[in-house]
Design a protein around this ligand. Sequence first.
Ligand SMILES: [Zn+2]
Length: 386
Amino acid sequence: MAIQFEVHAQEEEARCGLLTTRRGEIETPVFMPVGTAGSVKGIRFEELAAADLDARIILGNTYHLWLRPGIEVIKACGGLHNFIGWDRAMLTDSGGFQVWSLTEIRKVTEEGTEFRSHIDGSLKFLSPEISMEVQSVLGAEIAMSFDECPPGQIEHDAARQSMELTLRWAKRSKEAFHELQAGSLRTTGKMPALQQALFGIIQGGAHLDLRRESLERTAEIAFDGYALGGLSVGEEKPVMLDIIEDIAPRMPADRPRYLMGVGTPEDLIESVARGIDMFDCVLPTRNGRNGQAFTARGKLNIKNARFATDTRPLDEQCSCSVCIRHSRAFIRHLYLAGEMLASILLTHHNLAFFLDTMRRVRQAIRSGQFAKFRREFTEQLSSGLE
Ligand SMILES: [Zn+2]
């Protein structure tokens, strides 16, 4: 097994577990910062690993890295960990979501997806086999099956067709993945350094019957973990939470459950309550660059004039290295002056807030206090800044 997973505590559907990879142990529920092009935007790797953040696993985007710098460069530099200088665990997505969200898709065929690169407009083709090959070169601890990500409001018939295609691609992904892993074993003559885990992705739009069927048939293919894909892509929030509530508890209990691309702090808490173990989202980094801080009392827009002489930290309850040292007034000044340090400080704090929230979630589940934590956290978030 490339990874091991054990659930250590459970309170109703909320689970606290341990995911063991060849690059360290990861307590779940876990938030994974997104390292789009080999960089978690606005933060250095040693800060991600430092005690106030202590990120155990980050995400790399196959689509971006494949287009630039390309797998030949990453291969020549010894894989993604060596290339970027990160020795902890990583997960790479399959590229399916980026193709759908960033590019002009030319056509989707049985074979794969033809699209135009968002960088130079050149024609590209991605298939399950190509995605697996790229992900094996990247060498993350967890790779993702190649899927089609339909829009959130897709009709039942189209959603079924898309789900069937994703299932056929899941089978091909697994076959190609195993061939690559076995090939690595043959060439190195030992347990491959490359040995990776592969997660399957459950699709089906906002249609519960399709979601259930997708789960059942994806589980039949047998993956090391399972992800809920195609959520937070335009459907209403209650629809998303209803799907998670119905599907997460049905996902194999002894495997990690990953909710892709979600979400806000309240989304994370509500999804943990429904049985999810893993998350990734660009919100803390992207919003940080746009001048927004996440705090225990809700979002704070640093541009607001009310912070001009506010000497308090971004979040009075946060003990990250930014909140220990800097005031809202200073970070506001930096932001208005166009100083890059503003983005760096906001990104750092936001990641600290997300990672610390998950630490507190795990503690609460372990001590049987999650229901209380959820109630208090939610109340405080909506109470507003003082
Ligand atoms: Zn902070």
